[in-house]
Design a protein around this ligand. Structure first.
Ligand code: SF4
Length: 249
């Protein structure tokens, strides 16, 4: 059976691509499902991995969710148009299904990789995620029955630290992947987004305000416990990104 890598653009799937090359294991496909809402450093990493794949002869493709009218709409543009938060904020996984799972399923069918093995980059330390994935596999009737999911990093005993180390050994910087407007972001991630990409945080505030005005965010919020108007300290090796040397905001 052919197999490929569901490339998310972050640390684990980047390490998975590199390790596969290290051990001479060539996937039949590597596909990145683009939400249109990743952070700039994630897109930079996707381009870097794409170039690496081209150089070593690994097949790399980017796919997207295309609407019935033939256009693409990112997660954040969809939120702004519909005045809803990403479905994760309401406890659902519709955004993951629409922007990540469905486009990959369609791509595999169109390109003749059906059935196919699908390698996902859960690492050896992600015990709960692996257990939940195993439960979902047993319960999820919507799952494409022509796919066999496997978790090579976990099978090989590669944890997050090993993944980061492998990326650094390559001379690259590890970067996380997730929509910049993901309701699962932690408070410090919102703070970092505001410090590094204030224009993206502004879009998130617009999404939150529009959903609230439309009555779609009365009890739910994009920011959870984070208050974008309160200044918090965001310290990096180069100093604090928010406070100046006197500690003033
Ligand atoms: S990263 Fe968050 S917002 Fe984006 S698709 Fe996944 S759950 Fe939804």
């Amino acid at each position: 059976m052919p197999w490929g890598i569901n490339f998310g653009g972050g640390v684990n799937s980047t390490a998975l691509v590199l390790i596969c090359h290290d051990i001479g294991l060539k996937p039949d496909w590597i596909v990145f499902s683009d939400t249109g809402s990743e952070r700039p450093e994630t897109y930079a990493n996707v381009r870097r991995v794409e170039s690496f794949c081209k150089a070593v002869g690994f097949p790399f493709e980017i796919t997207r969710w295309i609407r019935k009218d033939g256009t693409f709409e990112s997660v954040h543009d969809n939120c702004l148009r519909t005045n809803y938060l990403p479905s994760k904020a309401y406890g659902y996984s519709g955004c993951t299904f629409k922007w990540k799972i469905q486009p990959l399923q369609r791509w595999r069918k169109v390109h003749g990789f059906n059935p196919s093995g699908i390698a996902i980059g859960y690492d050896a330390g992600e015990t709960r995620r692996l257990q939940n994935a195993a439960k979902r596999m047993c319960q999820d009737t919507e799952r494409d029955s022509d796919e066999t999911v496997w978790y090579p990093l976990a099978a090989w005993g590669v944890d997050r630290v090993n993944c980061v180390r492998r990326i650094i050994d390559q001379g690259w910087s590890p970067s996380k992947s997730a929509c910049f407007c993901c309701p699962s972001a932690k408070p410090d991630e919102w703070e970092l987004l505001g410090a590094e990409y204030p224009e993206l945080l502004k879009i998130c505030e617009e999404i939150q305000d529009a959903a609230k005005c439309a009555g779609h965010a009365d009890t739910k919020t994009l920011f959870r416990s984070y208050d974008p108007n309160a200044a918090h300290c965001v310290c990096t090796a180069d100093g604090c990104l928010i406070h100046d040397e006197t500690g003033a905001a």
